[in-house]
Design a protein around this ligand. Structure first.
Ligand SMILES: [Fe+2]
Ligand SMILES: [Fe+2]
Length: 410
């Protein structure tokens, strides 16, 4: 039996749900083992869920994507963070009780992360067990920061801290962008580039964040440091503190903050935005690598690189030779990626083949995401009327050809 991720666009009646599906607020919608009907597919689509787990009886790949946490804790965490932050938006403040709830939640996260074995982040960012939540980013950055913290200690880069140090790290990470409560929504949700004035407003969010936790007895200096300094750069060109004298650079930036910045940047690039789909881990790493030494710490980045699976199961790639494929198996560290791919149906042996990172032209977490990328990248390089832009000429797996053509508006 195989369990794999399927984009909502390729679901068909008769496919069997591989894992429970949850709607907004964590409400269960469909239990596992239920065959999909047309009505059910439409209901899932209405929940704006992008991908679900499907199982079938084929003897295809049986791997399931691994996230950093169990599905249960992942769901509980997102739900709690969303509830607390929604309340904070309403009241423009965060209560002592909420900080306690967050601390409890983070200790469960630490307990799970401290289990033996290596940490891998092999699941796709866009996999939605529930509706997209507004404060997803804060939760994801907290979990990733704590995972990096564990790696840093194991590596000897950071000394072994107390359990409370971990909670403080997680609390700083989960609250790092809380100051955005005070940034006008039109600026936060603006699809394009910010103008100078808007940018100035945006740059105040670390400061607003520090103000919001000023009277919180349980938010320790370590957490406050992450809130105010998470946009510092190694070259000293970052922002955060009000006074320019307090801007940090190089080794003056605490290692804890450097780890949180790496987690923050990773999640920001990997996540869908209103104006663009999220990038594949492979591309996120490639982008981040360009700013090592100037903005990001190379050591903190190397710890992240160890955990990230560049082509997670369920993602889509366009190979240089023209095929569009879904990754159904992923293996090996960066640079030695072996992935086996198959079309969603059929699973005939002949349809499965392997590729290396060097064979990949572009990737996407969904087929639409990939089509968006292809369109954007190709238009900028080739110009609108170039023949090579016409996907009908590509040797695309037949199941997806029509969808790709549609995505290109042809
Ligand atoms: Fe920020
Ligand atoms: Fe952030």
């Amino acid at each position: 039996m195989a369990i794999y991720i399927a984009s909502i666009d390729v679901l068909e009646p008769g496919m069997v749900v591989g894992r429970p599906i949850f709607g907004a607020g964590g409400i269960p919608l469909v239990t596992q083992g239920i065959p999909l009907s047309r009505a059910l597919i439409n209901a899932i689509r209405r929940q704006k869920i992008e991908q679900i787990y499907i199982k079938d009886d084929s003897d295809g790949p049986s791997e399931t994507p691994q996230g950093l946490l169990s599905h249960e804790l992942e769901r509980e965490g997102r739900r709690k963070v969303e509830a607390i932050f929604s309340k904070a938006v309403e009241k423009m403040s965060i209560s002592v009780k909420d900080i306690e709830v967050l601390s409890d939640l983070l200790s469960s996260v630490m307990a799970e992360l401290s289990r033996g074995g290596s940490l891998t982040m092999g699941s796709l960012k866009a996999v939605a067990d529930m509706d997209k939540v507004t404060f997803d980013h804060c939760w994801s950055v907290a979990v990733l920061s704590l995972a990096l913290y564990r790696e840093a200690i194991e590596d000897g880069w950071l000394p072994l801290g107390t359990f409370q140090d971990g909670i403080n790290m997680g609390l700083g990470a989960v609250l790092h962008d809380i100051g955005k409560l005070k940034v006008p929504l039109e600026i936060l949700n603006k699809p394009g580039m910010l103008n100078e004035k808007e940018w100035e407003e945006m740059r105040l969010h670390p400061w607003h964040g520090l103000e919001l936790v000023r009277n919180q007895p349980n938010v320790m200096p370590m957490a406050r440091g992450i809130i105010i300094h998470h946009h510092q750069r190694l070259d000293g060109k970052g922002y955060g503190p009000r006074s320019s004298e307090n801007i940090l650079s190089g080794d003056k930036i605490p290692k804890i903050v450097r780890l949180a910045s790496v987690a923050d940047v990773y999640d920001a690039i990997a996540t869908d935005r209103p104006y663009r789909p999220g990038y594949l881990p492979w591309e996120v790493l490639r982008t981040m690598r360009k700013s090592l030494g100037d903005a990001l710490d190379a050591k903190a980045f190397s710890l992240l690189e160890r955990m990230v699976v560049p082509f997670p199961i369920g993602c889509f790639v366009l190979l240089k030779r023209g095929e569009v494929c879904m990754v159904t198996r992923s293996d090996g560290p960066w640079g030695r990626v072996l992935a086996l791919m198959t079309p969603l149906k059929g699973r005939a042996l002949g349809d499965i083949f392997s590729f290396g990172a060097e064979d990949v032209l572009l990737g996407g977490t969904t087929l639409q995401g990939l089509a968006w990328r292809v369109r954007r990248e190709f238009f900028s390089v080739l110009g609108k009327d170039d023949k090579r832009l016409d996907p009908s000429g590509w040797s695309v797996l037949s199941d997806w050809k029509d969808r790709l053509l549609k995505a290109f508006g042809r």
